[in-house]
Design a protein around this ligand. Structure first.
Ligand SMILES: *Cc1c(COP(=O)(O)O)cnc(C)c1O
Length: 227
């Protein structure tokens, strides 16, 4: 298993999927999901041109913030407890997993102490599966509106995680639905809200997600191997 070889393979597949969909390949960014992988793997990937890394667990992320001195862009992609927000304030570039107002309020409060703005995505549970986190489709617009009123948060778009891992065709309707929802929210024209990002697609289904409009794909296993 070679991280370098895997990364160039994934980059080629991203480019091909974007071109096949008539999209500019540079409109799709690869988030390398490095949860449970050692800092050395992140540094190795960084040295072959990977700059954006996604982490799920806050303790693990804060350890890696110390271990990795390279100019990495960190994203939080997993379920986030409000009482952990203070440990990452000002230290991550994007939080993909805002699914409730109380969490958004805490993010705004912690970033506000630093005089900074935190870009966030609203995580939507498109499939309606009860075990997945994320706001409901019906609740997404209101959550975006409420977040738009918070002083130190900026909503940049939506994220989803379908339950159908590794079955791209099963996941595709969820991706298409997230895009429709994003366009519908954009059409409302909420001041301060820019629906520019769609975070969707993982190792088993990122090409389908790109065909349906993903701007951020979150790929772990296909880069770093099985966890
Ligand atoms: C682990 C994880 C991924 C990456 O999944 P792979 O199947 O390993 O590519 C993507 N998004 C989220 C939210 C994750 O927790």
């Amino acid at each position: 298993m070679s991280i370098s070889r895997n990364l160039s393979n994934i980059r080629q597949r991203i480019q091909a999927a974007a071109e096949a969909a008539g999209r500019d390949p540079s409109s799709v960014r690869l988030v390398a999901v490095s949860k449970t992988r050692p800092a050395a793997d992140i540094i190795e990937a960084f040295h072959v041109g990977q700059t954006v890394f996604g982490e799920n667990y806050i303790q693990e992320l804060t350890d890696k913030l110390e271990q990795v001195q390279e100019a990495v862009e960190w994203h939080v992609i997993g379920h986030l407890q409000s009482n952990k927000v203070k440990y990452i304030a000002g230290r991550v570039a994007l939080i993909h997993s805002v699914d409730r107002l109380s969490l958004a309020e805490e993010i705004s409060r912690q970033w506000g102490k630093l005089g900074k703005i935190c870009p966030v995505l609203i995580q939507v549970n498109i499939s309606g599966e009860t075990t997945k986190s994320g706001t409901t489709e019906e609740g997404a617009l209101q959550l975006v509106k409420d977040c738009a009123l918070l002083p130190n948060i900026s909503v940049w778009g939506l994220m989803t995680m379908p339950p159908f891992f590794d079955d791209p065709e099963a996941a595709r309707p969820c991706f298409a639905e997230l895009r429709r929802l994003s366009l519908a929210i954009e059409a409302v024209g909420i001041p301060g809200v820019e629906m520019r990002e769609l975070s969707m697609g993982m190792s088993g289904d990122f090409e389908a997600a790109i065909q349906e409009g993903a701007t951020l794909v979150r790929v772990g296993t296909a880069i770093f191997g099985e966890r």
